[in-house]
Ligand binder design. Structure first.
Ligand SMILES: NC(=O)c1ccc[n+]([C@@H]2O[C@H](COP(=O)([O-])OP(=O)(O)OC[C@H]3O[C@@H](n4cnc5c(N)ncnc54)[C@H](OP(=O)(O)O)[C@@H]3O)[C@@H](O)[C@H]2O)c1
Length: 284
């Protein structure tokens, strides 16, 4: 039970990669604080985890991470209920509701991967604000509150940021300027924070998924099945559980080892713009 008695706070815990990590960490004896907005989903996961792991404490906070007041209150209540946070997993992301699907004909002809939701000038300013405030502010708000409530006084802890391979490579996907720059900002923040926390035992790590079959890819193409299938053509995306396995590997390392960053992609995803679309055919 590697996480026996450890207190783990995870954002974006109501589905996808976050939920998969939660389930693995809970099975190893951790106490958990689940942050997301959907009360019904959080309630369901919490009840299920409590049933399966009766010795673990599990709580949830249904909040929007865009509000620092909400984040600070939720973190402070969590620390009162569970004790100091040992591990923070920043996993949240958001896209605005799609209004416009771009014309991808040229991209398809060039063999490029497809993206969404709209070219930057066509976004609403409110969409830009929502993405920046969730993907950048939200991540920083939770980190700030957890550092100041728990980790700084003990000079101890682990912060695992779920970023993306898109944070490093210049993405050719049209229509995702804000998301990709958010991911680049998360990478920069991860590196800067790691440096600033020198003199403590707080580790700051980045896990970079490639294509994973979650709500994410359906949402990013406006739940358009044709576009979704086109993006996944010729290979199989990873499962959320496989990314969760990589997170567990990073968190299992002893204190003297930091897996600073880990790219975990389907083998067919050679880079952001080169997908081996003969993979499934070759590996039937
Ligand atoms: N799937 C992929 O292929 C892929 C690839 C690269 C990187 N990633 C990264 O992996 C992480 C998890 O993605 P996923 O694929 O698991 O996505 P997902 O299934 O869409 O989950 C996103 C989570 O974020 C929560 N969330 C969204 N906006 C929020 C807000 N304002 N306040 C609080 N919670 C909010 C959602 O819950 P509520 O709606 O209940 O709030 C949900 O739990 C993200 O950082 C993403 O960028 C994913």
């Amino acid at each position: 039970m590697a996480f026996n008695g450890k207190n783990v706070l995870i954002t974006g815990a109501s589905m996808g990669i976050g939920e998969a990590i939660v389930r693995k960490v809970a099975a190893e004896g951790a106490n958990l604080a689940l942050f997301a907005r959907s009360v019904d989903k959080l309630q369901g996961i919490t009840a299920d985890l409590q049933g399966k792991n009766p010795r673990s404490k599990v709580l949830y906070k249904a909040i929007d991470l865009q509000s620092y007041e909400a984040v600070e209150k939720a973190v402070s209540e969590t620390v009162k209920e569970l004790g100091d946070i040992d591990i923070l997993i920043n996993n949240v992301w958001t896209y605005p509701a799609l209004r416009q699907i771009m014309d991808y004909t040229n991209c398809r002809q060039a063999g490029l991967a497809l993206g969404a939701p709209a070219a930057f000038p066509d976004l609403k300013v409110s969409d830009i604000v929502t993405m920046n405030s969730t993907n950048i502010n939200g991540l920083m708000f939770v980190t700030y509150a957890v550092l100041n409530s728990s980790m700084m006084k003990r000079k101890d802890g682990t912060i695992l940021n779920v970023t993306s391979v898109t944070g490093l490579e210049v993405p050719p996907f049209p229509g995702e300027a804000v998301y990709h720059s958010n991911k680049a900002a998360q990478e920069a923040f991860t590196n800067a924070l790691r440096n600033e926390l020198s003199g403590t035992n707080i580790r700051v790590l980045a896990l970079r998924p490639g294509v994973v079959a979650t709500n994410f890819h359906s949402l990013r193409v406006g739940h358009d099945k044709g576009m979704y299938d086109g993006f996944m053509e010729g290979y199989t995306p990873l499962e959320a559980d496989e990314i969760a396995g990589a997170a567990i590997y990073m968190l299992h390392q002893p204190l003297n080892i930091s897996v600073k960053a880990l790219d975990v992609v389907p083998s067919a995803q050679r880079s952001l713009n080169v997908f081996d679309r003969s993979w499934s055919e070759r590996n039937k």
